[in-house]
Ligand binder design. Structure first.
Ligand SMILES: Cc1cc2nc3c(=O)[nH]c(=O)nc-3n(C[C@H](O)[C@H](O)[C@H](O)COP(=O)(O)O)c2cc1C
Length: 340
């Protein structure tokens, strides 16, 4: 077992250096609560929240903002491209009692880029400097950022960009180890996270392609990162935080074998507790797409849920699937996960 290592974020000591990645449609209250129940996570996250709309959102009803009191520490990720949007958005996050604020500088989605946000910002360092400086003026909360490696492998450009972020007051940087245009099937470039770590004094977190204990060990060996950020695997294997917290950092106890159908049903229950009825089915479909990777014929689970007209129907179909199908063993699951 590797050494026990804790991660501090502006005086806030995280339970483990394991962060939930922000994921649109996935990292909502229900998934966060499921992950918390399984243990091991150090910092939870919302999905990206458009700074422009955030001040108008109703925290009791908005599926992006609904949260249970136990969901802490919770980082809120902002999608922002204009300096004047920063203060109202951060004001709202203070009212919501955010524990940390993350800036999305890596999203490659064309709609986001057209807004001048996400990964588009890595090509506009002067704008980013102004956005971070304004965010820093507006909050004393931990301020973090999430990037990809850029448009092309350009060490000097990336280094200058990262140093600028640190200089303007970013306190932790998560690096999705792929270029802007690289698809998920491409092997992540974990050694590049190591380069970023070598340039900065703030914690650097590696993200991308971690689905198992073995992936996590390889990523840490190649990057020397201060922690790991887990995205899709959080929806496929929500117990991965507990597994890594124990297996890598020596926290908590060994994770008992997880009953996957029971976990799925618990997720449905949490969706029902968290969201208005019309907000549940879409989120169940999104989660099922990932969770189905635990099964050899998972695509039939995903499509049975996908074509359901209600949560009740989806749940009934899932139960029929679970009664007829055994999950993959963990090694096979990791191999199939890396192909999504
Ligand atoms: C469905 C989905 C939604 C995502 N939404 C966001 C987002 O809102 N903000 C963000 O910074 N990254 C987003 N990402 C990227 C993830 O945070 C993460 O960087 C990426 O999935 C690589 O990590 P992984 O291999 O552990 O999944 C999203 C990824 C997926 C698959």
């Amino acid at each position: 077992m590797d050494k026990v290592q804790s991660l501090k974020l502006k005086g806030m000591e995280l339970f483990s250096p394991l962060l939930l990645a922000p994921m649109a449609g996935l990292t909502h209250s229900a998934l966060r609560r499921l992950i918390l129940e399984l243990g091991g996570v150090g910092l939870l996250s919302t999905e990206m929240l458009a700074a422009k709309r955030l001040p108008m959102e109703n925290p009791q009803l908005s599926p992006y903002l609904v949260r249970a009191p136990q969901e802490r520490p919770l980082s809120y990720q902002l999608l922002v491209s204009r300096v004047e949007e920063v203060a109202p958005a951060i004001g709202k996050l203070h009212a919501l009692q955010a524990d940390a604020i993350d800036l999305n500088l890596g999203c490659p989605a064309p709609t986001v880029r057209r807004m001048g946000a996400g990964s588009r910002l890595m090509e506009e360092p002067a704008t980013v400097r102004a956005l971070v400086a304004e965010a820093r003026r507006q909050t004393d909360l931990p301020l973090t950022a999430k990037i990809r490696l850029g448009e092309t492998l350009d060490e000097e450009k990336l280094r200058n960009f990262c140093l600028m972020l640190e200089g303007e007051g970013i306190e932790l940087l998560s690096v999705h180890a792929r270029l802007r245009g690289e698809p998920f099937v491409r092997k992540p470039r974990w050694p590049w996270v190591g380069k970023v770590k070598g340039w900065l004094n703030i914690p650097v977190i590696a993200n991308g392609g971690i689905f198992s204990l073995e992936d996590a060990r390889t990523c840490l060996a190649q990057s020397g990162a201060d922690g790991l950020m887990i995205g899709r695997a959080a929806a496929i294997r929500p117990w991965i935080f507990a597994e890594l917290a124990h297996g890598i950092y020596g926290f908590g106890t060994e994770v008992p074998k997880v009953n996957k159908p029971a976990l799925y049903l618990r997720f449905v229950e949490l969706l029902e507790e968290s969201f208005l009825p019309e907000r549940r089915l879409g989120r169940l479909k999104e989660f099922s797409h990932y969770f189905a990777k635990n099964y050899p014929f998972g695509h039939s689970l995903a499509s049975a849920v996908q074509s359901s007209d209600s949560v009740a129907q989806a749940k009934e179909r899932a139960l029929v699937f679970f009664a007829r199908n055994e999950p993959l063993d963990e090694d096979h699951c990791s191999a199939s996960c890396s192909k999504i």
